[in-house]
Design a protein around this ligand. Structure first.
Ligand code: GRG
Length: 282
């Protein structure tokens, strides 16, 4: 399959409505700051995963029914990057080749932008028109669990508050299953939940997402290692396994991810996305 055009079609669908999620009359100049991190690019892997999982589980349904879930996941991802870049965390001046929000605006604005995107993600899910109340509640619960202290925030806390001492592979794996993996897992599961997939399908997609989510972080560590070999002392798979070992582990996880879907038809998109996760650039 032509992954580029398959991804482009879904990315364009997401981007055609992404700014609408924050378009309802915020005071200036905050409205510009709020839109800024949504307009600086990004691969949109997570919302594409949501759409792909939905399409797999409900092949005849309109994929736009999964948009609230896909957009909510991207809003959470964007908030996490805005806060991760803050001086109290990673203190980055640039993201995606452009000034970070606290550089383009200021630190207080960046904190508020992150807070607003986080909150708006849940507003989107509660306001979604397609689907039953039961599905809406499942989606909200799924995202809250993945984004919160049992997921992404917990992983970030492990990383920032004690992460530099992590030298154990199991501990590092737990950290990244929470920090990066939880949201990717939720992205996939929310597509399946929006499609009201049965328990077997949800279980297969959960295994796919858990493997792909960890592989995503391994691939990110390899990309970071290529960028600045010696300067960063942060814990990483590359520091524990070396570049080759990390790459091999990522490839093995991608094989497991695909294997989880082997008995299901129509998985070309999710297979190609899994490959993209380990072959992608920045
Ligand atoms: C601040 C609560 C809080 C959490 C931050 C995800 C995260 C937790 C921090 C980001 C740090 C980081 C760079 C982790 C590596 C994996 C990752 C999330 C990479 C960025 O995701 P991509 O490649 O980004 O999907 P784009 O730019 O394509 O959206």
């Amino acid at each position: 399959m032509d992954l580029d055009s398959w991804m482009r079609e879904r990315r364009e669908l997401v981007e055609s409505v992404l700014l609408d999620t924050v378009a309802d009359g915020f005071p200036k100049p905050f409205d510009g700051a709020l839109k800024y991190p949504l307009q600086t690019g990004g691969k949109r892997i997570r919302p594409i995963l949501t759409l792909a999982a939905f399409e797999l589980c409900a092949p005849t349904a309109d994929r736009r029914c999964a948009l609230p879930a896909a957009l909510a996941v991207e809003l959470i991802h964007t908030y996490s990057l805005v806060h991760d870049d803050l001086p109290a965390m990673d203190d980055d001046d640039e993201r995606r080749g452009k000034p970070t929000v606290h550089r383009a605006y200021d630190v207080a604005t960046a904190i508020l932008v992150g807070d607003a995107l986080l909150t708006q993600a849940f507003q989107l899910l509660t306001d979604a028109e397609a689907g039953s109340d039961a599905v809406r509640i499942r989606l909200i619960s799924e995202l809250a669990q993945a984004a919160g202290y049992r997921g992404m925030v917990g992983g970030q806390a492990m990383d920032i508050l004690g992460g530099r001492e992590v030298t154990d592979l199991n501990e590092l794996t737990t950290l990244h299953r929470c920090k990066t993996g939880a949201l990717i897992r939720a992205a996939v599961r929310m597509g399946a939940i929006a499609a009201e997939a049965d328990a077997n399908m949800l279980a297969a997609l959960t295994t796919y997402a858990e493997c792909a989510g960890l592989a995503f972080q391994l691939a990110d560590d390899v990309l970071d290692a290529d960028e600045d070999e010696e300067s960063d002392s942060a814990p990483s798979f590359v520091r524990l396994l070396g570049v080759q070992g990390t790459q091999q582990k990522a490839e093995s996880l991608i094989r497991n991810a695909k294997d989880a879907l082997r008995e299901i038809d129509g998985t070309e998109g999710l297979y190609a996305l899994a490959d993209f996760i380990v072959t992608r650039g920045e």
